[in-house]
Write a protein that binds this ligand. Structure first.
Ligand code: PMV
Length: 307
């Protein structure tokens, strides 16, 4: 066993760029890691394993930690810059960061396979039977095209400047998915059109063609409205972003609230418009493939305290 006494690692959250809900019925979706993260710091301590500090308050944290950490000897600090409960994958990022930090504490590096495998056990504590997309994207970084039942395929993205606007409302994913199911077959044509749109967007993302991507987001949002998963709060933020100069905007994730993403070659006016209305908003940049140096895991050498 290494003599590292502390280690820290982080992992990114994600956004669904195109294809949510349609993906449930076998159509493709595109999701991407964002440059906002959950960070986990582990320290060897005397006594039972416990949470030493956290920017999130969630009863599922301790059971999630217990999935991979020993019952004694580890103190945990958690910090996230992701909005929690908005479909941005903060728990998946926690899962991957925890696997990375534990490996770093043991003086080694966790590869993608280990992050995906062990991260899934942690994600299950938060989400029951998740698709596994969130933590896989977090572990891989970059962007992926995803079809249910198949491994996510990494795709290139030139550079995609986005603004994320937060409705501050947590959408209920299960209820929204059930609502779409209940509206079938009337919504099937929209779901199929969303799937076709996703594949039209893949080359536009590779080229960095922001005008085409923006128009695609507007069409995707219109169809998400038609299948009944948008909301007044979402529509208001989509409108706000477009009026402030965004090339396009849509909800990202299950809808009913959550976050709105806007393609904005110049994020400043969109951020300013959000600030004037008191809407939490921030810029993110998507690139794919990611630079592996973006997610460092670091360890501190030294004797562990007697446990
Ligand atoms: O809220 P999120 O980002 O986990 O997205 C849910 C995506 C859906 O397509 C609505 C559901 C699913 O399981 O794919």
């Amino acid at each position: 066993m290494s003599r590292r006494r502390a280690a820290e690692a982080r992992a990114p959250g994600k956004l669904i760029l195109f294809g949510e809900h349609a993906v449930v019925y076998g159509h493709p979706a595109v999701a991407a890691a964002v440059d906002r993260h959950t960070t986990v710091r582990l320290e060897r301590i005397a006594g039972p394993t416990r949470l030493l500090s956290a920017t999130v308050d969630d009863a599922r944290l301790l059971p999630a930690l217990a999935t991979v950490l020993p019952p004694r000897g580890i103190g945990v600090h958690l910090h996230t810059t992701l909005p929690v409960g908005r479909g941005m994958g903060s728990s998946a990022a926690l899962a991957v960061a925890l696997v990375r930090a534990l490996a770093a504490l043991e003086g080694r590096r966790a590869d993608v396979e280990e992050c995906v495998r062990r991260g899934f056990d942690i994600e299950r504590i938060f989400h029951g039977t998740p698709s596994g997309l969130d933590h896989t994207v977090s572990a891989l970084g970059g962007a992926v095209r995803y079809v249910r039942g198949q491994p996510p395929a990494p795709i290139p993205v030139a550079v995609l400047p986005l603004v994320v606007l937060d409705t501050e409302i947590a959408g209920d994913t299960d209820a929204l998915v059930a609502g779409v199911r209940a509206r079938r077959p009337a919504v099937d044509a929209d779901l199929a059109a969303i799937g076709a749109l996703v594949d039209a967007m893949v080359p536009a993302l590779a080229r960095g063609d922001l005008a085409t991507i923006g128009a695609g987001m507007n069409e995707n949002q219109q169809r998400l409205r038609r299948i009944g998963v948008s909301s007044d709060a979402v529509d208001a933020l989509v409108d706000l972003a477009r009026r402030a100069g965004a090339a396009g905007a849509k909800l990202a994730g299950a809808g009913g609230g959550g976050v709105v993403i806007a393609v904005a070659p110049d994020p400043a006016p969109v951020l300013a418009a959000a600030a004037r209305r008191g809407v939490p908003a921030f810029a993110v940049e998507i690139r794919s493939p990611r630079d592996p140096a973006d997610d460092p895991a670091t360890g501190t050498e030294g004797p562990a305290p007697p446990g």
